[in-house]
Design a binder for this molecule. Sequence first.
Ligand code: SAH
Ligand code: DHB
Ligand code: MG
Length: 223
Amino acid sequence: MDGDDTRRLLRRIDDYVAGLFAPPDEALGAALRESEREGLPSINVSATEGKLLQMLVEISGTRRILEIGTLGGYSAIHFARALPDGGTVLSLELDEHHAEVARRNVEGAGLSGKVEVRVGDARRSLERLVEDGEGPFDLIFIDADKEGYPEYLDWSLRLSRPGTLILGDNAIREGSVIDPDDPTSHAVREFNEKLAEEPRLSAIVLPLIRDRIDGLAIARVTE
Ligand code: SAH
Ligand code: DHB
Ligand code: MG
């Protein structure tokens, strides 16, 4: 099999799983179309990863979610739908335009009551959350600029309690995390190493496929 065949096969497998477990949905489809119309990049989680995120919320009994990197709200809609009554998502986003589109998409999905999008550099927003004693969160999803991952992990630990789940999207990046000289993935590589070494965490990186191979880091705060 050449590279194109492999990509096609990966796509077909992911489509197969999505067809069974994450079938097309009006609000999610509308959110993606609106995001595209507004010129946002197509770097949201996949439908299958969205379903996995929902299951992690449900399994962990999560009520308070912190998301770092909103984009058009596609993952936030997944999260909000998995929450019990009274559950909330606070999502941090640098780009005012992304945040506006996300708020509209969340509204369109009937979830405005559960999702707050806060604009600003996540580093600063996270510092404020710690200062204001807004933690702990039950689940934290890291999915903003990859350079920031090691720092976002440090802030996340400060906003956690024993049992909190810390998740990191794009933990494999088509295998580039394996290459110690790849400048685009060094921070994610460092993030994965921190997850492995941090004594307060029990963690794994789960490879995931779409057209390319990527992965989701899943860490549980143990103490
Ligand atoms: N979680 C989204 C995808 C997020 S894409 C989903 O799956 O639907 C990454 C987002 O992080 C982009 O919208 C980008 O603007 C935002 N971002 C980049 N740097 C950031 C920073 N320093 N602080 C907050 N958000 C940032
Ligand atoms: C890319 C994918 C992502 O999921 C993300 O959060 C950022 C970038 C990408 O494919 O470039
Ligand atoms: Mg991502």
